[in-house]
Unconditional design. Structure first.
Length: 208
């Protein structure tokens, strides 16, 4: 693990319904000295993003920039201060969600880019000047059918075709990035949480 800061930055990723939020809640219960966050964060931007994802008339490009607005705020006011102080911060979703989801959302018919490769290049160029990469990312891997069974299916991203492409992007990231640790999302929350702890060089809580 290693970024330029003395602290530790951990992210949890996966498609909708993978159990990320539940795992983060379990970690938050036991690591009382660890800072936790979610993307989109609890802010006015979050409400705008949710409304956008639930709208029949939606701009993928506008949604992307709302996510970026939220992330810049998170980095400047949450992530960077914690890392500079030597603390530990764990985020439910971060840049890999952008790479997995927005690459699909920004490409194809009616989208700003013809191909996912073009969309991916745009995303990396947009994030590169200011992004802080995680020390380690835990990718909770489940199949699309299981994910859809768990989802409420009330937002644009929660459909089979879209999530299949997103999962393909996550799988590719997991193969190419050494910082990404793939975990079996069919295991219990307790087992997943214990597996995450086993990979971290931070003190063990009394109970998981």
């Amino acid at each position: 693990m290693g970024n330029e800061y003395s602290g530790t930055f951990i992210t949890i990723e996966g498609i909708d319904g993978s159990g990320k939020s539940t795992v983060l809640d379990r970690l938050n219960e036991h690591y009382d000295y660890v800072h936790t966050m979610r993307e989109p964060s609890d802010s006015g931007v979050r409400e705008s993003i949710i409304q956008s994802l639930q709208s029949d008339q939606r701009s993928p490009l506008l949604t992307f920039f709302m996510f970026m607005t939220d992330r810049v705020k998170n980095i400047e006011f949450m992530i960077e201060p914690v890392l500079e102080s030597g603390g530990v911060i764990i985020s439910d979703r971060y840049a890999d969600s952008t790479r997995a989801y927005q690459t699909v959302d920004l490409s194809g018919e009616g989208a700003p880019f013809d191909t996912q490769e073009d969309a991916r290049n745009f995303i990396e160029m947009s994030m590169e000047p200011w992004l802080i990469e995680p020390d380690v990312t835990f990718y909770i891997d489940i199949d699309v059918d299981t994910a859809l069974d768990r989802c409420e299916k009330d937002v644009a991203y929660e459909n089979r075709r879209f999530l299949t492409d997103v999962k393909r992007n996550y799988d590719a990231l997991a193969e190419s990035e050494e910082r990404i640790v793939r975990l079996d999302g069919n295991r219990s929350v307790k087992n997943i949480t214990s597996a995450i702890h086993g990979r971290l060089d931070i003190p063990e809580p009394d109970h998981l």
